[in-house]
Design a protein around this ligand. Sequence first.
Ligand SMILES: O=C(O)c1ccccc1NCC(=O)[C@H](O)[C@H](O)COP(=O)(O)O
Length: 211
Amino acid sequence: MTAPLIKICGLSTTETIEASLDAGASHIGFVHFEPSSRHLSLDDAARLRRCVSSDRKAVLLLANADPHTTATAIDRIRPDVVQFHGRETPEWVGLVRQQAKVEVWKAVGLREPATLKRAGKWKGKVDRLLYDAPAKALPGGNGEAFDWNWLSDHDHEIDWGLAGGLTPENVARAIRTTGAPLVDTSSGVESAPGVKDVDLIRSFCEAALQS
Ligand SMILES: O=C(O)c1ccccc1NCC(=O)[C@H](O)[C@H](O)COP(=O)(O)O
């Protein structure tokens, strides 16, 4: 099996970005969502984005951002990918993809297997779907997993990735169960809410790459 792509989300220091890149992460996520402990101002996100080398991808995460915020954030941060993690519609994310000429991902919270059947509505609107646990206090980044078996024999029509409660201990099993081509973690590599831990980042990447 090909090694999965790895996204480390919610980074806020140069040290943890460098550790993620050294450990083999392909995608570095920056959260611009004020209620989150991982929120970055546009200035900080634009500064940190420059630490992401051109052979990896910077991901800007937005949740229910209005059109002005979305346009301003894309313009300032110049991400490779925009990850929409709220209640955005297929029409809206499709429009952003078309107009901003940026790769677009949409997080889909899986409450039940039937949600997978409705994923077709994103076809042609997004470059990747990110299957995550359903929203709780925050739309994402809650450290909660869903039943990976729901994905084990799903016939994917759209590129996808797996998120939700992934840790250094469970990521290899998650990849074996689902065949995920990309894994995404945030809480699982933190020592406290919003505080990333370089040792956990390294362990996560090692486990994912050896799976
Ligand atoms: O991280 C946040 O604070 C956040 C806020 C609002 C929307 C999404 C958010 N995070 C998304 C992620 O970090 C990941 O893409 C995904 O949900 C996995 O998170 P976790 O379960 O914590 O590993």
